[in-house]
Design a binder for this molecule. Structure first.
Ligand code: HEC
Length: 460
């Protein structure tokens, strides 16, 4: 009985959270806007989501003020705050318009674009996807979260970045991955907005947060999972990542994230002023042994010392950057010298660690990503399918196997040989290519099967 409970817990709190790809009907229309489950007119008079996919091509290299903000030097813990602020300012005007939700937002006109193939997973009002189906309230013990929540996310690529989407999906039924098509040009920016269903009543951290109406198919806070219902999501996190090989020569990327801070007063830009940096990351600090010393200083992560408490509860391994939306903390099971130990709430990831697993194995599209998002021991042939159940079967923190997930690779270097590297873009390899493959083959993707069964990944 106990095992069974734990097993369910594993599905929901570890795997279900991460791999909550809704079992939506496959669609053969790559450009479908949304799943068609509309709000009643009386409940929602505003516009509905339309997909921005008129991807540009042949653009010149853009101006990159964030580089000059740090004197065209490499990014460091000393200048990362200035860099993050410059990126935030660069996108402010468009983000203020998007968040205002007053009809002044036209993504294509402003030069922001979305991924194809996800229409059947998008809700109709804002085009949001379920990110994590159920984040347990035990994940945020210090900030008073009283109910579990579901997260809703949407990603926008800037003009420079959208050229890559255009190159991959020129024929939307036959993605082009070879010839460096998956690589992003310098100055590419991707923004991901994350909303939580936990509002001020369930989570004091969300008092005063911006909320958006959404047609929710999952809501762990109210416990409703069966039909599309009009609800509200509260803006928790805004990721802004940029391809910038000058500032971050080892990985080519700087990952920054902003989080809602109720203690910050809004200024002329309203809620945008209350989105404060949680931090920035441009490498995985592969040489810092955070297993031996969890407080060892990092050189490739900067954390804002004034970030709100709730956002610092889920930092990644050794304090590497990871946000409240990012599942960088998980229950893991580790086998050392024949003994298995279970570690609750182990920080086992980071922005660049998880995103570094972006790759695609065209020879095995049913699996696609050869390594999991986070440190995982592959099952032995003929061995137990899920040796670590109920938790993630993890290599020992700091071991060579674990450190595969904490290297600094260039975006065109895959984690596993035989795969095409996805240049740190997980939307492509974790969501979009699986959706395309599912539509083409009519089969559920391996990652989706995992959500239901908990062990499918191990069987692949
Ligand atoms: C444990 C895994 C994990 C961690 C940690 C993580 N992400 Fe992600 N991220 C994902 C997955 C999976 C997706 C794609 C699916 C989706 O959007 O839900 C994604 C999507 C994104 C996207 C959209 C474009 C893209 O590259 O896929 C951005 C931007 C992003 N994440 C930024 C961040 C930032 C910034 C951090 C750290 C603060 C972070 N992520 C930490 C798993 C992770």
């Amino acid at each position: 009985m106990r095992l069974r409970t734990l097993y369910l817990c594993y599905c929901l709190s570890v795997v279900g959270v991460l791999l909550a790809l809704p079992a939506a009907a496959a669609t053969s229309d790559p450009w479908l806007d949304h799943n068609g489950r509309l709000p009643a007119r009386a409940d929602h008079a505003g516009p509905l989501f339309t997909l921005s996919h008129d991807y540009p091509a042949g653009l010149p290299v853009p101006a990159m003020l964030w580089r000059s903000a740090i004197g065209n030097a490499p990014i460091s813990t000393a200048n990362a705050a200035a860099y993050t602020q410059s990126l935030k300012d660069h996108v402010a005007r468009d983000m203020v318009a998007l968040l205002a939700g007053d009809g002044d937002w036209d993504a294509g006109r402003r030069g922001w674009y979305n991924d194809p193939w996800l229409g059947s997973q998008r809700e109709a009002i804002k085009g949001m996807l379920v990110g994590g189906e159920r984040i347990d309230d035990s994940m945020f013990p210090k900030s008073g979260l009283s109910k579990p929540f579901t997260t809703y996310v949407i990603t926008y690529y800037n003009r420079t970045g959208a050229q890559t989407l255009g190159a991959i999906w020129r024929d939307p039924h036959a993605p082009q991955l070879g010839g460096n098509a998956t690589q992003y040009a310098e100055g590419s920016i991707t923004i991901k907005l994350a909303f939580t269903t936990a509002g001020p009543a369930e989570w004091p951290a969300m008092r005063g947060a911006l909320s958006w109406p959404m047609m929710m198919t999952a809501n762990a806070t109210t416990g409703q999972f069966d039909r599309a219902t009009l609800g509200r999501g509260y803006l928790m996190q805004v990721d802004i990542v940029v391809k910038d090989t000058q500032s971050a020569p080892q990985t080519g990327w700087v990952f920054t994230t902003l989080v809602y801070d109720r203690a910050t007063r809004p200024g002329s830009r309203g809620i945008w002023d209350q989105m404060v940096p949680l931090g920035a990351q441009w490498g995985n600090d592969p040489r810092v042994d955070s297993a031996a010393n969890p407080r060892a200083p990092l050189q490739e992560t900067w954390i804002n010392p004034n970030a709100p408490l709730y956002a610092t509860e889920t930092l990644g391994w050794g304090g590497r950057l990871s946000g409240p939306n990012d599942h960088g903390v998980n229950d893991i099971s580790v086998l050392t010298q024949g003994r298995r130990s279970l570690v609750r709430r182990a920080p086992n990831s980071s922005c660049l660690s998880c995103h570094g697993s972006s790759q695609w194995n065209a020879a095995n599209p049913a699996k696609g990503m050869a390594s999991f998002l986070m440190p995982l021991v592959p099952p032995e042939p003929g061995g137990a399918p899920n040796a670590g159940a109920p938790y993630l079967n993890s290599p020992a923190p700091g071991s060579a196997a674990w450190l595969r997930w904490f290297q600094n690779r260039r975006g065109d270097e895959p984690m596993d040989t035989g795969s095409v590297a996805g240049d740190y873009d997980l939307a492509l390899t974790f969501r979009v290519l699986p959706a395309w493959h599912q539509a083409r083959s009519g089969k559920k993707h391996a990652l989706q099967k995992l959500d239901a069964g908990g062990t499918a990944l191990q069987r692949e």
